[in-house]
Design a binder for this molecule. Sequence first.
Ligand SMILES: Nc1ncnc2c1ncn2[C@@H]1O[C@H](COP(=O)(O)OP(=O)(O)OP(=O)(O)O)[C@@H](O)[C@H]1O
Length: 376
Amino acid sequence: MDTLLAVRARGITRYFGDVVALDGVDLDVAQGQIHGLVGPNGAGKTTLLGLLLGLAVADSGRLEVLGTPVGRALAVPDGVAGFVDGPGLYPALTARQNLAALAALRGRTARTAGIDDVLDQVGLTDVADDRARGFSLGMRQRLGLAAALLTRPRLLVLDEPSNGLDPAGKRHVHRVLTRLAADGTGIVLSSHRMDDVEALCSDVTLLATGRVVFSGPLGKLAAESRELDYRLLTSDPRAARALALSTPGIAVVDDGGTPTAAAARHNAPAPPGIVPAQHGTPTPPPTVPAQHGTPTSSPTVPPQHGAPTPHTVPAQRGGTARYGAEAFVVSALVPALDVLVARIVRAGIAVRELAPVVSPLEAAFLALTEQQEADR
Ligand SMILES: Nc1ncnc2c1ncn2[C@@H]1O[C@H](COP(=O)(O)OP(=O)(O)OP(=O)(O)O)[C@@H](O)[C@H]1O
């Protein structure tokens, strides 16, 4: 039996005059999933979120929300809450009065009880009786989220929910969203903050000029990415570096690979779809947890019969390594990286840290942006 999807969209197209804001978009969001919409300005994210919220209707295609086909009427589908372009609030009312008024507008579907609870969840208890007029952007975002929570949504739709949030506000919002998802609520959010998307979302859809260029788990994006730069911190950098140089498919980046430069490198020609699959088997994101306690004695490097000529990427940017003498940067596809890590560990060297200099999501986003500029 099919699991009920919070969102099932097929071939969604939406025009604004001559502009094709959405062009045959497919989207699946499972219940309990936090799904990120990512893409350059004008990609169609807000338009898509607006359709989910019933603020507009698609010109063609089929959209089901919480198992029910969305009709032609402009109405928030049952069980859905959220906002685009910032929450609608009454500036003259306090936070608490805003929530009471919004709940009243929702009539019987909203709970007037629980206002204190949702204010607490988003961290606004201390300003519950202050007027919204004086609220910062981050506070307004949190109040908008509190209003959505009051309706106990089964699908929550948020446009840039992290806008204006300070670290404490961000922690509140992340906690709330994670808890909601754990309770089975589907969440679709757009964001330009790749760190947020990576921290919150299990799945992501990349849009560019109204088209889906990738949709699926974040781990699959990593597996399908082109070569990325990875910072590698080990207990024996010299021996690990020697192993890297003799591992097929691994290039050692001499100068430490600053994030910007790495991004620029991965920005290079992006094919349509930007992240062509290069391997059959998805590989988990190549982040290796610290392995404290692994022997740190000098490794024995296994002989490398038939190993290719060491491949070193010349320093492109000069300057000293930014990650300290212990770390170095390799450029590789995930499968080659897996081989390298196995060799390093087999040699008795501890892998203390392995992380992409620029995440697969950020690299894909940058490639998209670059592609758009090239097409202009
Ligand atoms: N009401 C409108 N009238 C005319 N064109 C519109 C309207 N809303 C959106 N568009 C156009 O549709 C396209 C998609 O816009 P949309 O706002 O959905 O993109 P977005 O991905 O949310 O962008 P951003 O990251 O800048 O918020 C853009 O070309 C935009 O100019």
